[in-house]
Design a binder for this molecule. Sequence first.
Ligand SMILES: *Cc1c(COP(=O)(O)O)cnc(C)c1O
Length: 710
Amino acid sequence: MEFKTKPSQKFDLPKRLARLGELAFNLWWTWQPEAARLFGKLDYDLWERLGHNPIRLLNEIGRERLDEAAEDQDYLALYDSLFEKFDLYFKKESWSQKAHPELKNSIAYFSMEFGLHETLPIYSGGLGVLAGDHLKESSDLGLPLVAVGFMYAQGYFSQRISEDGWQEALNNPLTVEHLPVSLVTKNDKPVTVEIKFPDRSILAQIWEVRVGRVALYLLDSNVEANDEHDRLLTARLYWSDLDRRMMQEILLGIGGVRALRALGYAPDVWHMNEGHASFLTLERARELVATGLTFADAIQKNRGQNVFTTHTPVPAGNDEFPLWLVDKYLSSYWGELGLTREEFIDVAKHRQGHSETYSMPILALKLSGGSNGVSELHGEVSRDMWKFLWQDRDVKDVPIQHVTNGVHTANWMARRLNMLLEKYLGDDWYDNLDDHALMAKLDSIPDSELWSTRLHLKRKLAFYMRERVRERWTGGGFHPVQVVSSGVMINPYALTIGFARRFATYKRANLIFSDIDRMLELINRPNMPVQIIFAGKAHPADEPGKQLIQKVYRNVKKAETGGRLVFLEDYDMNLARYLVQGVDVWMNTPRRPLEASGTSGMKAAINGALNFSVLDGWWREAYNGRNGWSIGEDKEYESTEAQDQFDAGDLYNTLENKIIPLYYDRDPKEISHEWVAMMKDTMKTCIPQFSTRRMVKQYVEKFYAPALKK
Ligand SMILES: *Cc1c(COP(=O)(O)O)cnc(C)c1O
């Protein structure tokens, strides 16, 4: 089908700089530090004030300044070299074309959230950021990936912390004209998909986001034809009420397939990032049933092309729906599959005692040719958790493999560090970043250069914190104790630990406060100060999570901490970037084995920060005794109390006896050489292994390419 895309915004640009508009609408710019500079140089203050939003910048800066830049030779040189790189990016033969020419048709990737940039807040945390990184890497590798998600009209909430440590959620209604999205149209009308429920139909329009070579399509129910209630269906991430949640997931799975069909795609592989998208398996079966196949034959024929990634190591964390909701929304659908109600429900039925629910992961597991967890340990945990679906098999033969998560290097590595690697590893190091042998060259970087680069990044973080506080303080209604708690007393020369992630109780943000006196003693030692920076949001409906934030905040506020503990509001991708690039140590204290993978520690590691974490998820695979530190042991404990107690003791001991003394063990030039050796080891081991480069290639080798032969 012939479709057009209508950008949310048109700019008035000088002819010589006309392509800035094109760049603003391709998120490729977000992982090119030079591209951000190209926008920033137009007006740094405005660029910061607008939160790095090029669409707004080009719209609000005024023609006069643009005309000036169009005459500025330095600016034009930067402009020309960037667009040369941009054009080459699309022209160059890609890894996918070389290694897997058989992957010609598209690979569809479905996810409830995508974390691509802070100006497009359609993500809540790790799952979304992982999906965003998957798209960026697929673009770098030249995979013919096409993605489907939601346009959330209200965005994800912004977080404020009250003087007493209570999380306040500010809604973030999005303004389409400020976003890098284009409406998909045909004959000047929006292309829509329709979902029929027993009592009514819902329409969704489609927005396109360009991510390098990859297209992401966002479904949006905010159209006139829908009633008020249905227009809000895609307004928020994860409605807590199951009714809307069910409709959302029907729209994602079933509507998503229809959207791709409407746009003319015929994917060879269908990848579900978590169970929210599982209904796509049914819709694909329905397409075949409509041509005359039975449901059994249809799923047999389709299964090989479905790929399912699970992220949830606890049964309660998985999406399940009561059967009455299935009746309410799908009772006209099972007929289209040629099934009775019983047969339909049976496909995804989860029986626990007397209760029966409709389980999204079971649906995906049963109808996918390939399934995986997101770390080695999580693969094991998942096989154990789902083995009841394969009663006749040994647990080791349960068909769930693992592909450990990774992070998109260019997206997360500091510009300065990238420049340092270009100097010592070669200009093309990024093209070969998963080559372990190349990484050995990191040893040739003089210790003093790596140390001073890290110091620069920590100062940048301190500066950024101060400017954020200044803005809050100037805005009024901000108590002095909140100013102190936001990091104004941070010393960029002191050992700085970061702890930032979603505030779910299993992440145990308060483990370090198990023994307050000991903690105070550790951070306040003469000549060896320690600072800890916390950040993270709790889901607005998660009361224990919000109470945890409050407990942490009340400790942060105490005068005895000397301003060395900090809680930063509103953790998002921008703040995450400053933190993972700026801190010396990244701490993570999940209650094993609940972390599944975790990715923020990888972002820190590729920037040379040292991980200090529980041996769960990815860190259990990365830790080698020389590239960071462990908390607790590589085993399960008999009770959570025993686990918490042991882990807390181990945490204090390692900090006191290993981490702090090592950081302050300086030569006459104030450098800790052993620390630098550990930084190099962490970068050498983590850059190649815990990158999306390695991860997406594994998805290709283990799942995407084999799917074509099934
Ligand atoms: C990376 C990231 C996460 C995920 O961190 P985990 O360590 O996996 O919990 C969450 N939020 C943001 C903003 C991130 O950048």
